[in-house]
Design a protein around this ligand. Structure first.
Ligand SMILES: C[S@@+](CC[C@H](N)C(=O)[O-])C[C@H]1O[C@@H](n2cnc3c(N)ncnc32)[C@H](O)[C@@H]1O
Length: 546
């Protein structure tokens, strides 16, 4: 049960408010209070708890303030459509005002920037230092986890390590201080469409970023602005344009609390080198009239195209995805429909051109992706006799960049649209020695291995954040032709389980000879955030086994 506490001092932080409420024995599940708010969201587990709090507030002041409690739904009363239309003019004025005249140091601007670029207060060398320490901690955890495996004494390379990292960390490759590399670098930006809440309780449709986790009681969305140094400047402009439109739309923004509303999410993707922009708009259609949907989607296309052209941005495609489920993710199995232009954009990498569909993965930072590819090329020690296994290949970027150096590339990718893009990309770049299989690596790896013509297989794994399925690790160990494996991890903490699986001593469950971590390098794909890409080279170590 969500309520709002009114008359809270703006300077009071969540921790102190929480303590003050506990002192007067108010029971609640969670609180949401940001600096600058004169209110706070509070979640009670029952109406009784809320009533008790109300009585306490009426009887006594807290921190010298007379708090008031009201149900949160009053903050965002579902307005009748006619009332809504009457307010449109006022809203647009407010919207323009907040977009153009907001104090650059305002709390909401800073709060949203802290969500998307939480490390913006650290100097860049300090960010790199922190990422280095985090990676070293992961590499040391691999050592300790391996040591706890039965039979690990047979791994001679492990003996001398004690608690040290399992291999050398060569460096964390930093990004030059340029737009598109260290600043405003994300080529894919997912914006939430929802409501921001003003101090007077008025809610206003907003396209930007959620200020916190919904499950922790945060429902507010804040407009994106140039303090958000990870978001590309073009994406910021497109989000601001969409915000003006949605504030005047006949269809409402989606409200996460009620699961009602139409406009849900907007994803802006762009080719930094090609200057192409693709916009994916996600909508919840249940309960809305098809004619109004048609009218409003035509209007959004018109508005977006004319507004973006007026500031010299060229949108190449707009696609619409229906998503009536509760989860926030963009489902990769719900094919969007094209409402303008092409359902894809292009980007260039290592002098090759890639077509990328709205649901296909592409490395987030184009500049950093090239640094990553340089490391893979060097560590792969590829020859014209090698076969590259590109596991989780997306639209085929890694495999295609290596194809000219090897005999054969075999990719595996789950998302069908990405595989279709990969096929087009092979043709566009005249690559004839690459095959891509659609499906899960865990299901397709054995087929891929049967297709390998060479006895020198280099496996390159670039899995999603969770890492590879354990069955994939077991299969990789069983393929004796794989002597070298490069693992790219976008969530280094999750590398530990897979690395232990690859390197642990032979057993009934892990039959093939183990691998050994040789070296690692970090690539700062995500400046101003804690995230970092980790590349680790593993070699097969048959001769090391006693
Ligand atoms: C981190 S991305 C890497 C993509 C690609 N290597 C690149 O550089 O563009 C991970 C990819 O794995 C795909 N994926 C996720 N789970 C998978 C699975 N079980 N089997 C195969 N591919 C998977 C995703 O669709 C995504 O394209």
């Amino acid at each position: 049960m969500e309520y709002v506490i009114r008359n809270v001092p703006t300077w009071l932080n969540k921790k102190d408010l929480s303590k003050a409420l506990e002192r007067v024995e108010i029971k609640f599940d969670s609180l949401k209070k940001l600096h600058g708010w004169n209110y706070s969201f509070i979640l009670f587990s029952s109406e009784e708890e809320a009533n008790q709090a109300k009585v306490v507030f009426e009887r006594q002041k807290i921190k010298g303030f007379q708090f008031e409690l009201e149900p949160a739904r009053n903050v965002n009363k579902k307005r009748k459509h006619t009332e809504y239309l009457q307010r449109i003019d006022e809203r647009i004025k407010q919207a323009n005002c907040s977009l153009t005249k907001e104090d650059p140091e305002s709390d909401s601007k800073k709060a949203v920037a802290d969500v998307v670029a939480p490390w913006r207060h650290y100097s860049y060398p300090e960010q790199i230092r922190r990422k280095r320490s985090a990676i070293l901690a992961v590499l040391a955890r691999i050592t300790s986890s391996l040591k706890s495996q039965a039979g690990s004494g047979s791994l001679t390379w492990l003996k001398s390590l004690q608690k040290r990292p399992c291999c050398t960390l060569e460096s964390v490759i930093d990004m030059p201080e340029e737009e598109g590399a260290r600043l405003f670098y994300r080529n894919k930006n997912e914006f939430t469409i929802g409501f921001s809440y003003k101090d007077d309780g008025l809610s206003i449709e907003t396209v930007g970023f959620a200020l916190g986790l919904f499950r922790e009681g945060e429902v507010g969305v804040a407009s994106v602005n140039e303090e958000c140094v990870t978001t590309s400047k073009k994406a910021i402009a497109i989000a601001n344009i969409l915000e003006v439109f949605i504030r005047s739309s006949q269809l409402p923004a989606y409200d996460k609390r009620t699961h009602k509303g139409f406009w849900r999410q907007a994803t802006v993707r762009e080719g930094f080198r090609t200057k192409e922009i693709l916009v994916l708009i996600q909508v919840q259609t249940e309960g809305f009239d098809r004619n109004i949907i048609h009218k409003e989607t035509s209007r959004i296309v018109e508005f977006l195209l004319s507004s973006s052209q007026s500031i010299n941005l060229e949108v190449h495609g707009i696609v619409l995805q229906e998503h009536n489920g509760i989860s926030n993710f963009v489902p990769t199995d719900k094919c969007p429909i094209t409402i303008f232009g092409q359902p894809y954009f292009h980007e260039q990498l290592m002098n090759l051109t890639f077509r990328i569909g709205s649901l296909s993965f592409f490395q987030t930072n184009t500049f950093a992706a090239e640094r990553l590819l340089n490391v893979i090329m060097e560590w792969g020690e590829l020859t014209s006799h090698s076969t590259v296994l590109d596991l989780c290949c997306g639209t085929g970027t890694i495999g295609m960049c290596l194809a000219s150096k090897v005999a054969q590339v075999i990719g595996i990718e789950l998302v069908e649209e990405a595989v279709n893009d990969a096929k087009v990309n092979m043709e566009m770049n005249n690559i004839q020695n690459m095959t891509v299989l659609v499906g899960k690596v865990e299901d397709k790896l054995k087929t891929a291995i049967q297709l390998c013509r060479s006895s020198q297989i280099v496996a390159i794994a670039d899995p999603p954040r969770a890492g590879l399925h354990p069955s994939v690790i077991k299969t990789l160990r069983n393929v004796v032709q794989i002597k070298r494996l490069i693992y790219i991890s976008c969530n280094p903490a999750n590398l530990v389980g897979n690395a232990v699986g690859l390197c642990r001593p032979k057993s009934n469950a892990f039959r093939g000879e183990p691998f050994k971590p040789i070296k690692a390098v970090g690539v700062d794909m995500f400046p101003y955030t804690e995230h970092v890409e980790l590349v680790t080279l593993f070699h097969r170590i048959e001769s090391d086994i006693k």
